[in-house]
Design a protein around this ligand. Structure first.
Ligand SMILES: *[C@@H]1O[C@H](CO)[C@@H](O)[C@H](O)[C@H]1NC(C)=O
Ligand SMILES: *[C@@H]1O[C@H](CO)[C@@H](O)[C@H](O)[C@H]1NC(C)=O
Ligand SMILES: *[C@@H]1O[C@H](CO)[C@@H](O)[C@H](O)[C@H]1NC(C)=O
Length: 258
């Protein structure tokens, strides 16, 4: 609880992701998103998730999340490629792409409303990615199938001298749902809800996805990115309470859970 003051400071953006179709996978760019105010202006004019850039702390940074089946992210079922790589035929498959431009070193919560977009209809996995020559991509994260849905994720973006090095999912080994009967712990890492309890599947729970973003490493001036340290000690759902527009739906139902 002692960190929530700092957090409110850091957090300035809640973005409701628009899930777009993938016809222009390689031409997609983020629209807007350069947050005004709060410590400097944007100097990063790269808006495509499939281009390379170097960031500094006041910049916006564009990355993508692709939703598809697990095998579709691999070449020959073995090599995990960036969704920007044309050897993957994601655009031709049943996949969805979403572009986001958070402000560097601010903790953001991406929210994906699943009432119109239900991930298991699109293969049930997601990969976060950015860059071309210096392409970084996360491992595919399981979101949903007809049995289970994981609704809460933390994505860490690691930079070195302003260049994105790594994107990874931070997991808490189910610490946040241990002993709670509404959740199932999948693979000792993800807290999952049963898919039939979701509203779109006839249940009562709003199974919208929340993705907390955090930045680690250094920017191009070797300044340390701090937001990771803020999120590190947070419980998996603790950010939700700080977002008023999610409060009514997500938090109240999660509060009922805990
Ligand atoms: C993928 O498989 C094809 C056909 O089996 C082969 O020609 C190609 O070299 C393989 N690519 C990689 C990167 O393994
Ligand atoms: C998702 O959209 C539905 C329908 O528009 C709405 O009732 C629900 O509150 C939304 N959920 C979130 C978390 O915004
Ligand atoms: C859904 O995924 C879970 C976790 O990976 C797995 O245990 C379960 O068998 C899957 N269910 C179906 C119907 O594929």
């Amino acid at each position: 609880m002692c960190s929530s003051k700092t957090l409110t400071h850091l957090i300035s953006t809640v973005v409701i992701l628009l899930i777009t179709t993938t016809t222009s996978f390689h031409n997609a760019v983020a629209l807007g998103g350069d947050v005004v105010g709060g410590g400097g202006s944007n100097t990063n004019h790269i808006y495509s998730p499939c281009s390379d850039t170097k960031i500094q702390r006041s910049d916006g940074f564009t990355f993508g999340i692709a939703f598809s089946s697990r095998p579709s992210f691999f070449l020959n079922q073995t090599v995990l490629l960036s969704p920007c790589d044309r050897r993957l035929t994601l655009a031709a498959m049943n996949s969805q792409l979403s572009i986001f431009r958070p402000k560097v070193d601010e903790i953001s919560l991406l929210s994906i409303n699943t009432s119109a977009f239900f991930p298991d209809n699109y293969g049930g996995y997601m990969v976060a990615f950015a860059g071309r020559k210096y392409a970084a991509r996360s491992i595919p994260a399981f979101i949903a199938n007809s049995t289970f849905i994981v609704t809460s994720f933390t994505l860490v973006m690691e930079f070195q001298k302003g260049r994105l090095q790594n994107l990874y999912w931070k997991r808490d080994g189910c610490a946040s749902c241990k002993g709670n009967q509404n959740f199932v712990c999948l693979n000792r890492q993800d807290c999952a809800i049963r898919t039939p309890s979701c509203k779109v599947r006839g249940g009562t729970v709003d199974c919208s996805l929340g993705i907390q973003l955090a930045f680690s490493g250094t920017d191009k001036h070797l300044r340390v990115l701090n937001s990771w340290y803020e999120v590190e000690n947070l419980k998996q759902y603790s950010l939700y309470g700080l977002y008023s527009n999610l409060k009514s739906s997500l938090t109240s139902q999660f509060n009922n859970f805990f």
